[in-house]
Design a protein around this ligand. Structure first.
Ligand SMILES: *Cc1c(COP(=O)(O)O)cnc(C)c1O
Length: 392
């Protein structure tokens, strides 16, 4: 039966739009507008009395194919693809939050997301930051005008997990929405909507592309919610380029197998790092030692592809490790098939106050890896040589 197909199959088969030529590959409809059969036809299309495309800011066949596939994988009714992950987050906020509303957000968020949230008070939207894993603090911070709770799980770079089911219940008790940034897992490893969230948001730039080529984002949810996001994006113009949607469609075709293998590589590296005498601590949601291991197993299918670890020493030792790797790319991107290494304290979290970084557990000796598809022993050997360099 069609509707019993597995997600791995859906990631390859759902949503394809074919032209009259019957091409087997996904067609790229790189066209900013679409022609009408007649004036009557144009009127019907514009009034929504007839399905079809008029102008790419409001709809495009390649973008529609990507939206349909994303929605299926996120177990949502519908999806709006956007120009970047930040555009997706902005669209999700501004479609549902207005002057006088209150937004409750986790303290453990991507840096640019915190920057975006900090501009919301200018629009008359109140914000409160809450510790990611402290359910009581979320309960106590709810106000009468709270319209949305927003989390990112697992968090970057320490892999702290928020309980999606419990936060969804809390949001719904107060007629608020729960929105989840699902970028670290991608829909291959976690489907927040199936766990009760109202919106699942992606930076498709990361694992969905998987090859570090294009920017993109997505907001997924129920038909009613996504209709609100559509009306906002149609007007404000954050829609994705058809070219980027076309690249990301092929990214989705290999997403499951990449995430499965990259997760296995990440777990193997995390286990190996845990035994290394230059390493003080390893943070990886796939390790049984993780304090939230039971919760993690109940909401995501692997520990994911990001491993962080603290070395003995400080910034000098961490930088020395980064400067002595050869295979790992020194770049802040993640989710790529190429493994990457970065120093959160001086890159992704550089603009945070030092006291805030320390309160969040991001110290000078912390290193973040996004684990790719290279052969595991090559990755270990590369890190081994770099870690050896800090042993006195
Ligand atoms: C990268 C990232 C974003 C922003 O996405 P862009 O595509 O870079 O705009 C948002 N959230 C998380 C968790 C990210 O890693």
């Amino acid at each position: 039966m069609r509707n019993q197909l597995h997600p791995e199959t859906l990631a390859i088969r759902v949503g394809k739009k074919t032209s009259d030529y019957g091409e087997h590959a996904q067609a790229l409809f790189l066209s900013s507008s679409f022609t009408f059969d007649s004036a009557e036809d144009a009127r019907a299309l514009f009034l929504g009395e007839k399905d079809g495309f008029t102008y790419t800011r409001t709809g495009n066949p390649t973008v529609a194919a990507f939206a349909e596939r994303m929605a299926k994988l996120e177990k949502a009714d519908a999806c709006i693809p956007t120009a970047s992950g930040m555009a997706a987050i902005q669209a999700a906020f501004l479609s549902f939050l207005h002057q006088g509303d209150h937004l409750l957000v986790s303290q453990s968020l991507f840096g640019s997301t915190i920057g975006l949230i900090n501009t919301l008070p200018e629009l008359g939207i109140d914000i409160t930051f809450v510790p990611q894993t402290d359910l009581l603090a979320w309960q106590n911070a709810i106000q009468k005008n709270t319209k949305m709770l927003f989390i990112e799980t697992p968090s970057n770079p320490l892999g702290e997990v928020a309980d999606i089911r419990q936060l969804a219940n809390l949001a719904h008790q107060h007629d608020a929405l729960l929105a989840v940034d699902n970028c670290f897992c991608s829909p291959a490893l976690q489907q927040p909507i199936a766990l009760g969230a109202d919106l699942s948001i992606q930076s498709a730039t990361k694992a969905i592309d998987g090859h570090g080529r294009v920017m993109g984002g997505a907001v997924c949810g129920s038909n009613a919610l996504i209709d609100c996001v559509f009306k906002h994006v149609r007007t404000y113009g954050q829609i994705i380029s058809p070219f980027n949607a076309w690249i990301l469609l092929s990214g989705l075709e290999t997403l499951f197998i990449r995430m499965e293998k990259q997760s296995a590589n990440a777990l193997a590296l995390a286990q190996w790092l845990s035994t290394h005498n230059s390493v003080k601590a390893v943070h990886y949601p796939g390790l049984p030692e993780h304090p939230q291991y039971a919760l993690i197993q109940s909401q995501q299918s692997t520990g994911g592809i990001v491993v962080s670890f603290a070395v003995h020493g400080g910034q000098q030792q961490a930088w020395q490790v980064i400067n002595n790797v050869n295979l790992f790319s020194k770049t802040a991107n993640l989710g790529d098939v190429k493994s990457t290494i970065t120093h959160p304290f001086t890159t992704t979290h550089a603009r945070m106050e030092v006291a805030d970084k320390k309160a969040a557990g991001i110290h000078e000796n912390l290193i973040r890896l996004s684990v790719g598809l290279e052969y595991i022993d090559d990755l270990k050997n590369d890190l081994q040589i770099a870690l050896q360099s800090i042993i006195k």
